[in-house]
Each structure stands twice: as structure tokens, then as C-alpha cells.
Design a protein around this ligand. Structure first.
Ligand code: SAM
Length: 343
């Protein structure tokens, strides 16, 4: 979807949607490719990858990010696919990091961690200060089964390397919580959060799998995990920002923190301030969007910053009120799966 209708002084208006949500958080996917094949995300054989020519170049990513930051984006998370498979990732991080002079407050990446042993140092030097590492299990066979890669030891080693760079903090670990998979490891994750400088966050499994096999019964809710941990050692809420997607708790004895992201059982759409830019330059205003807003085509056809800002405003004015996972037949699957969107 594109639009040509002008918006008055588009570079001077903040990004606010029709429900008065001020958009301040941008996920940028730098590739749709991934070196893992997580069962809940991608088929074993992978997906049809975007042709290289369609993927935004470093310059294009930085140009769009700069406009977004001037329009009020305060947090950028670089993601994919797997962002570390893009060799220029440290360069992208270095250039995005310079946007802190323009008002960017937080820059992070989301990674499966398998290349961190090689890339952590370069990312730290490039100015990365925050990171999310996805890790769904601490058991080697389960890791192999869920990711279809036998790489747990390498991911754990990557995390150890990361610990050597104190400028990258906090180290957040995201685990997708699934029934008949995660339960037996809840306390092992809790112990990890208490012995390492990691904030472990459980995220509910969402219907964004490429296979389209998601079923509600497979969702292990944040509440269920909380109950198990809290019965083991009491948890105390830690205040977070209004738009934070996660509920964070610390253990009452002061050692360790854990978080819960509950998009299925406790949707947080009312305070969602997030949009996404796909690797091929489309704006998505919700993970579950059906429509996208093309920035790549107009940019490559010579659009000015004002014209691109107009498209950004137009997209945000169509941001969905909420996802409809809990509304039965009203729920429509997103037009792309998680790895293609940029989770
Ligand atoms: N490859 C990077 C990584 O592993 O973090 C970034 C992209 S990955 C798509 C981003 C996050 O989405 C990961 O934490 C992954 O576990 C999560 N994810 C993928 N499919 C999901 C689903 N169906 N439900 C919930 N989370 C999902």
C-alpha cells in the first residue's frame, strides 16, 4: 500500500496513531535468512529467501532509520531472520549507534547467538549496548530438535564471550514457552537467571509459524510459569515502563530477575508503541498485519525524506487497534511468518 496524499510538514510531526499511541519503538530486519530452522518459526527446508537485490542496503537502512528517529523513534532493535548472518551487521550497528545524537535512546539486536563467539567483540566495538539472545532450552537434544541444529554448546559459549563485554548489558535471554516442552526446565532457567548476568524472559508461543500448525493448547502461559517459579522462590514485581511488553520480577532474596511476555494470554496492544521494517523495506504496524506499506519502491524511485516521512505517517495512521488471536474466526493469520517479518 502506498499513498500520495501530502501531510503538512511530515518531518515535524511525531508518529502518533489514531488510538493516540505514540510510536517510539522500531524493529528493523536486516535479512530474512536464518541459520536455524526453529520448529515454531520455519520449515526444515527454509523459506524462499528474498532476492538480494530486494534486501535494503546498509545505506538504505540507515537512511530510513534516520528519518524514523527524527520522527520520534527512541528504540531500535535490529533483527531478522538471523541478523548476524549479514556480514555488514557491525557496520549497520555502528551507523545506527550514531543516531543517539539525534534522539535514539536504545539500540539492540536479537540473535540466536550461534555466531556471537565470532561477532560479539565487533558488535561491542560498533557501539552495541543491548542484546537479546533466543534460547528455548538448556538441554542439548531438545535444542537440536527445536532448532534443527546441534548448536547449544556454541550458543552457550557465545553467551560467555558476551559476558566479557560489559558495555553490552543487560543480556536478555528469550525463551519461547511451549506446553510439553518448557515446563520441566522452568527452574533450570530460574537458576540460570540467578547465577548469570542474564534477564531470562519467557515469551508465549504465537501463531506466526511458517507451517501454520500453531494451536492454542500448545501455549504455555506466562502465568503458569510464574506460579511454578513463585512457589519455588517468591517473586517481587519490578516496575517497567508503560509500553514495556514484559512483566519483570526479581527474586525476593535479591538474586536474579525474570520476565514474562504474554501476547496471547494478556495482550498488551493498548500500549503497543512498536512498528517493524522488513528486510525488503515494508512497514508493518502489527506482528499480525495483513497490509504493508512500501518504503523501498518510493525510496529507490527517488522519494525525498518528506515523501518517505509521509508514507511512514500514513502507515502509522492505519496501525491496528489490536491483534485478534483470542477472537476465534475473526483472527486472520499474518501475511508473513515471524522470520520474514523480523521478530
Ligand atoms: N534469529 C533471531 C533470534 O533468534 O532471535 C531473530 C529473529 S527471531 C524470528 C526473533 C524471535 O522470534 C526469537 O526469539 C524467536 O524465538 C521468536 N519467535 C519465532 N517464532 C515465534 C512464534 N511462533 N511465537 C513466538 N515467538 C517466536
Amino acid at each position: 500500500m502506498t499513498t500520495t496524499r501530502p501531510i503538512d510538514r511530515p518531518m515535524e510531526q511525531p508518529l502518533v496513531d489514531t488510538y493516540r499511541r505514540r510510536i517510539e519503538d522500531l524493529r528493523i530486519s536486516v535479512t530474512d535468512r536464518c541459520n536455524f530452522r526453529c520448529q515454531y518459526c520455519m520449515p526444515a527446508e527454509g523459506l524462499p529467501w528474498l532476492p538480494t537485490a530486494k534486501v535494503l542496503s546498509d545505506d538504505e537502512i540507515v537512511r530510513l532509520a534516520t528519518i524514523f528517529v527524527r520522527l520520534g523513534i527512541k528504540e531500535i532493535r535490529v533483527t531478522g531472520g538471523e541478523p548476524t548472518v549479514r556480514p555488514s551487521l557491525p557496520n549497520i550497528v555502528r551507523r545506527l549507534s550514531a543516531l543517539k545524537d539525534e534522539g535514539l535512546q536504545s539500540l539492540s539486536i536479537t540473535t540466536n547467538g550461534v555466531l556471537l563467539d565470532k561477532m560479539a567483540g565487533r558488535l561491542a566495538e560498533a557501539g552495541l549496548t543491548r542484546i537479546n539472545v533466543s534460547l528455548d532450552t538448556l538441554v542439548q537434544q531438545k535444542f537440536h530438535r527445536i532448532t534443527r541444529r546441534d548448536c547449544l554448546a556454541r550458543v552457550l559459549h557465545g553467551l560467555e564471550i558476551l559476558e566479557q563485554y560489559p558495555t553490552i548489558r543487560p543480556i536478555k535471554i528469550n525463551a519461547v514457552a511451549m506446553k510439553n516442552f518448557t515446563e520441566e526446565e522452568i527452574l533450570d532457567f530460574a537458576r540460570l537467571a540467578r547465577t548469570k548476568p542474564y534477564l531470562i524472559r519467557f515469551i508465549e508461543y504465537m501463531p506466526l509459524d511458517a507451517d501454520g500448525t500453531w494451536r492454542r493448547e500448545q501455549v504455555l502461559t506466562g502465568r503458569e510459569i510464574f506460579e511454578v517459579m513463585n512457589a519455588w522462590k517468591p517473586l517481587v514485581p519490578v516496575p517497567t515502563g508503560r509500553s514495556s511488553t514484559s512483566r519483570v520480577y526479581r527474586f525476593a532474596d535479591g538474586i536474579g530477575e525474570v520476565g514474562f511476555i504474554n501476547p496471547v494470554s494478556e495482550p498488551f496492544c493498548a500500549t503497543c508503541n512498536r512498528i517493524r521494517l522488513t528486510a525488503d523495506g515494508q512497514i508493518r504496524t502489527c506482528l499480525f498485519s495483513i497490509d504493508e506499506w512500501d518504503l523501498s519502491g518510493p525510496m529507490r524511485a527517488g522519494a525525498s525524506d518528506d515523501e518517505l516521512a509521509t508514507i511512514m505517517h500514513r502507515a502509522i495512521s492505519h496501525k491496528e487497534l489490536k491483534h485478534k488471536i483470542n477472537e476465534g474466526a475473526a483472527f486472520q493469520r499474518a501475511s508473513r511468518s515471524m522470520s520474514q517479518i523480523g521478530g
